[in-house]
Ligand binder design. Structure first.
Ligand code: ZN
Length: 229
């Protein structure tokens, strides 16, 4: 579950091109007083932390350096997460934020990945494809969307919505540890693909000059743009 955000200010952050990430910053969404979404007995903040830990193990096993923004059930403001990630911006790092969707209807299901920066296109596409493949969840799309965690970091950033907790079938699968393991495996494979193949075969989206995303933005902003890949 992510905030919908828009802002008309005119601050631009420089784009840093990082085709082959040497460090992965893992962000387990929500935490502490912020439980995130819920559905069918699942609580988002717990699922994200569990999946993030699995991702950390897999990346470490694959020899990919990584750091987690939270390792326990604590609240960290989105802007603080961005500031923490930015400390690694000059080190060829990428940010992977893990979330799970919750909506008012039980219909929507599947995996989708959000990004904003052109230099995150390949990362989003390769992670999305591999998570859908590894889990069997429906491959919804990669969406370009100006969110605090996709627009504001000074490094390539993606936000993975692993599945819908509010869909009975997705939720039943998500409740199984093997499925969270498969999500972590898919994200790891996507990152390894970027290291091996970079942007080959994937068209980078054009740059859009845009203001930073802010918590005070009206809720109807941050429209999603579905990207073919
Ligand atoms: Zn969320």
């Amino acid at each position: 579950m992510i905030a919908r955000i828009l802002c008309l200010c005119l601050a631009f952050a420089p784009f840093v091109h990082a085709a082959s990430p040497s460090l992965v910053i893992i962000d387990a969404g929500h935490g502490g007083k912020d439980s995130g979404g819920t559905g069918h007995g699942l609580v988002e903040k717990s699922l994200t932390l569990d999946t993030a830990r699995r991702l950390q193990n897999k990346l470490t096993q694959a020899g990919v350096r990584n750091v987690m923004l939270r390792t326990s059930d604590v609240f960290i403001d989105l802007d603080d997460r961005v500031a923490m990630a930015n400390r690694f911006a000059q080190r060829d790092a990428v940010l992977v934020s893990i979330h799970f969707n919750a909506v008012s209807s039980g219909g929507p299901h599947g995996t989708e990945t959000f990004f904003w920066r052109p230099d995150a296109t390949a990362l989003a596409a390769r992670i999305q494809r591999n998570v859908a493949r590894a889990t069997g969840f429906t491959d919804i799309a990669i969406n370009r969307r100006r969110l605090r965690l996709t627009r504001n970091p000074n490094l390539p950033a993606v936000l993975v919505e692993g599945a819908f907790m509010t869909n009975a079938r997705d939720a039943r699968k998500l409740a199984a540890p093997a499925t969270r393991e498969a999500i972590a495996e898919g994200i790891t494979r996507g990152i390894l693909e970027v290291r091996r193949h970079g942007e080959t075969g994937i068209r980078r989206v054009p740059e859009i000059r845009s203001p930073l995303s802010r918590p005070s933005d009206p809720p109807d902003g941050g429209k999603r743009m579905r990207i073919n890949y």
